[in-house]
Design a protein around this ligand. Structure first.
Ligand SMILES: NC(=O)c1ccc[n+]([C@@H]2O[C@H](COP(=O)([O-])OP(=O)(O)OC[C@H]3O[C@@H](n4cnc5c(N)ncnc54)[C@H](OP(=O)(O)O)[C@@H]3O)[C@@H](O)[C@H]2O)c1
Length: 332
C-alpha cells in the first residue's frame, strides 16, 4: 500500500481507502461487512469512511462492532464520520453548533470510539452562518473528539470562506474536502478547487471512483441482480446514472474504455482507480464494495500502476472528451 499525506498535514492516509455508503446496513450484513473491512485492512488500508446518515446510523454501529471484534489497534486506523443528516427533528440536521456537537457525540457512541480522526461537514448549510460552523468544528477538535475537520461537496468559495474565518478567529481551519471524483465527474477536483491545494493546503478524500460501479463495465449489458443499481432504495441513482442523457453517453464511453482496457492489460476497475490515483491532489481514493472479492481485486490495483502509461491516459482523454477547461488567459 502507498500512503499519502492528507493535504498540508502530518497525517498519512492509505492511497486506497474504504467506505460504507449503500453497503453497510442497506445491502450487506455485518459478517460480509467484516470480511470486506478485513480484506481492506490486510491490504494496508488505514482510512475507513462513514457518516451519521449512512443507513440511518446502522453503518457506524456496524463499523464500530467490526473494529472491536477484529481487535485492530485504534492508533493504526484513521476513522471518519460526516455530520449533516442526523434525523427528522428540526435540530437534527444541518451545521448548527447544536447539531454538530450532538451529532458528533451520537456518532462516537455508535462507533464505540472516543474520537474520529476526520470529521466532515457533509454538505454546505445555507441556513447556518459559516462562523457558527467553524466555531463548532473547532470545539469538536478542542474537546478531542476529532483531529481534523473538513467539508464534503462544498463550493470552493465556501471552503475558502470557512478557512478565512478560522484564520481570522485563530481557530482550526478545514483541512480536507470529500468530493466525488471519477472519469465522468472531474470539474470540481480538477478545475474548481485547483487553487486551494497550494493556497490553503487542501487534501481530498475522493468518493465514487467507479461511479457506483458504472466504470467496472458491469452495466454495459443491463443491470445485474446483485448490483447497487438493482436496489429499490437507490432507484434515484439508477435513473441518474443510467437513464439520464449524460448517463447514456457515459455508458457508451464505458464500452470504449473496455476495449482500451483489453489493449492496456488492465481490468476496468483497475483503470478507473489508477486514473484517480494519478492525480497528485487526490490524497486518498475511497473505494466501496459489496463483496470481499471486490475489495481483494481493487486493492491489487497499485501493482498495475506502470500499465497506466502516458499513451493510455491520452487515449482515455480521447474517449472521455470531458477535460475541464483551463482558466482563460486574456493577455494572450
Ligand atoms: N461524501 C459524500 O457525499 C459521499 C458520497 C458517496 C460516497 N462517499 C464515500 O465514498 C465511498 C465510496 O463510494 P462508492 O461506494 O460510491 O464507490 P464506487 O467505487 O464508485 O462504487 C462501489 C461499488 O461498485 C461496485 N464494485 C466495487 N468494486 C468492484 C469490482 N472490483 N468489480 C465490480 N463491481 C465493483 C460495488 O457495487 P455492487 O453492489 O454493484 O457490487 C461497490 O459497492 C463510500 O463508501 C463513502 O464512504 C461519500
Amino acid at each position: 500500500m502507498e500512503y499519502r499525506f492528507l493535504g498540508r498535514s502530518g497525517l498519512k492516509v492509505s492511497a486506497l481507502s474504504f467506505g460504507s455508503w449503500v453497503t453497510f446496513g442497506d445491502q450487506v450484513d455485518e459478517q460480509i461487512a467484516y470480511n470486506c473491512m478485513a480484506e481492506a485492512y490486510d491490504a494496508g488500508v488505514n482510512f475507513f469512511d462513514n457518516a451519521e446518515v449512512y443507513s440511518e446510523g446502522k453503518s457506524e454501529i456496524m463499523m464500530g462492532n467490526i473494529i472491536k471484534k477484529a481487535g485492530w489497534k485504534r492508533s493504526d486506523l484513521v476513522l471518519s464520520t460526516k455530520i449533516f443528516w442526523g434525523g427528522e427533528g428540526p435540530n437534527d440536521s444541518g451545521l448548527s453548533y447544536k447539531h454538530i456537537i450532538e451529532g458528533t457525540d451520537a456518532a462516537l457512541k455508535r462507533m464505540q470510539t472516543d474520537y474520529v480522526d476526520l470529521i466532515f461537514c457533509h454538505r454546505p448549510d445555507i441556513h447556518t452562518p459559516v462562523e457558527e460552523t467553524v466555531w463548532a468544528m473547532n470545539q469538536v477538535i478542542q474537546s478531542g473528539k476529532a483531529f481534523y475537520w473538513g467539508t464534503s461537496e462544498w463550493p470552493a468559495w465556501q471552503i475558502r470562506e470557512a478557512y478565512s474565518v478560522a484564520r481570522r478567529e485563530n481557530l482550526r481551519p478545514p483541512l480536507m474536502e470529500q468530493p466525488q471524483y471519477n472519469m465522468f465527474h472531474r470539474e470540481r477536483v480538477e478545475r474548481e478547487y485547483a487553487a486551494l491545494y497550494d493556497d490553503i493546503g487542501l487534501g481530498t478524500t475522493i468518493w465514487s471512483p467507479l461511479a457506483s460501479g458504472l466504470l467496472t463495465g458491469k452495466y454495459n449489458d443491463g443491470i445485474p441482480d446483485d448490483s447497487r443499481l438493482s436496489l429499490e432504495k437507490y432507484d434515484w441513482l439508477r435513473k441518474s446514472l443510467l437513464e439520464s442523457d449524460e448517463g447514456k453517453k457515459n455508458l457508451e464511453k464505458t464500452g470504449k474504455l473496455a476495449e482500451l482496457c483489453n489493449e492496456a492489460g488492465l481490468s476496468m476497475p483497475e483503470l478507473a482507480l489508477l486514473w484517480c490515483l494519478k492525480n497528485p491532489n487526490v490524497s486518498t481514493v475511497i473505494t466501496g464494495a459489496s463483496k470481499p472479492e471486490q475489495v481483494r481485486q481493487n486493492m491489487k490495483t497499485l501493482e498495475k500502476k506502470e500499465l497506466l502509461t502516458g499513451d493510455v491516459v491520452e487515449k482515455v482523454e480521447e474517449i472521455l472528451n470531458n477535460r475541464p477547461s483551463e482558466p482563460q488567459d486574456f493577455r494572450s
